[in-house]
Design a protein around this ligand. Structure first.
Ligand code: CP
Length: 335
């Protein structure tokens, strides 16, 4: 994919290494605006339709913030029950209608393939904010961007790294999308640690193996944490046919500072797409890690704004005009 302007972003399968580089280079140019050192009005007058038909904190608000930071306006719909989808309107018709009110749409929906179906009816670019267990391409991009930056700080690269993915690898769409992006790099070791019933789908493992990477599968946490990147995930209770069943797996894999010190490398980077489940019965990523400098979870969150700004600038064809619409920030801004 070389020509972003006017294109949908539905799957990481669209993105080759060149496209990823373009997105990351554009994200780097967004740092002064995201940090409120400068402002830009490059999207003054443009409207984002932020359509979230499934719960979200980070993705929904960061899409909105990213668009506002580029000077655009945001219209939101949240929840199927408050839209005409609950009256039987098709995704195609919904897209045809909503896209006539907006210049670009970000969408999340609980069913796999729904965002692609929606895009067939859209008059404007659609960006997938997560569709069921299928994909979460913008999360995968921000994760990859974070991995590249964190490893650079450790004088390492994505090629030849060891990543351990832990938790619900069956229903967790972030690990599906991230694995497919990582498969484009060289000589990576993937440790896939999950309960047997929540293993990474065979389709994703085949993509990794066919690209020549090493895969280690385990249902034991200890002994498999000596990785460069440790990517934990939540048990996705909302995807279980019977949500009570999720209780069987909650709390099976917990990371805290004691376990980190015992089993990880001194510079293992800790990542999680968030939300982390901090309820007592889960506590998958203990708050005692909050002071660990290798905890990258809040840096992931900040990188998410940069990636989403980049995608808006690219899909709306203004990435080369951002500085022309620049001005000073005249309010107090954080360090
Ligand atoms: N990582 C992520 O998708 O978080 P939200 O569900 O809060 O958007």
């Amino acid at each position: 994919m070389n020509d972003f302007a006017g294109s949908h972003i539905l799957s990481v399968n669209q993105l080759d290494r060149e496209a990823i580089s373009t997105i990351f280079a554009t994200a780097n140019t967004m740092i002064p605006y995201a940090q409120r050192k400068k402002r830009t009005q490059v999207l003054d007058g443009a409207i984002l339709g932020n359509m979230f038909f499934e719960a979200s904190t980070r993705t929904r608000v960061s899409f909105g913030s990213a668009f506002n930071l580029l000077g655009g306006f945001v219209r939101e719909t949240t929840g199927i029950s408050s839209s005409a989808l609950s009256k039987g309107e098709s995704l195609y018709d919904t897209a045809r209608v909503l896209s006539s009110y907006a210049d670009v749409i970000a969408m999340r929906h609980p069913e796999s393939g729904s965002v692609a179906e929606f895009a067939t009816g859209s008059l404007v670019p659609v960006i997938n904010g997560g569709d069921g267990t299928n994909e979460h391409p913008t999360q995968a991009l921000l994760d990859l961007y974070t991995i590249e930056k964190e490893l650079a700080g450790n004088v390492q690269s994505i090629d030849n790294m060891h990543i351990a993915m832990v938790g619900d690898l069956k229903f967790g769409r972030t690990v599906h999308s991230l694995s497919k992006l990582l498969a484009q790099y060289k000589n990576i070791t993937f440790s896939l640690i999950s309960p047997k019933e929540l293993a990474m789908p065979d389709e994703v493992i085949s993509i990794i193996e066919n690209a020549g990477h090493r895969v280690i599968i385990s249902d034991v946490l200890e002994g498999n944490l000596n990785a460069d990147i440790l990517y934990l995930t939540r048990i996705q209770e909302e995807r279980f046919p019977n949500p009570e069943e999720a209780n069987k797996y909650r709390g099976q894999f917990r990371l805290n500072q004691h376990i980190y010190t015992q089993y990880c490398k001194s510079n293992t980077v800790i990542m999680h797409p968030l939300p982390r489940d901090s309820r007592k019965e889960a506590n998958e990523l203990d708050v005692d890690l909050n002071v660990n400098p290798n905890l990258a979870i809040f840096r992931q969150v900040e990188n998410g704004v940069l990636i989403r700004m980049a995608l808006f600038a690219l899909t709306l064809g203004v990435a080369d005009q951002v500085t022309q619409h620049e001005s000073e920030v005249n309010w107090f801004s954080r360090k």
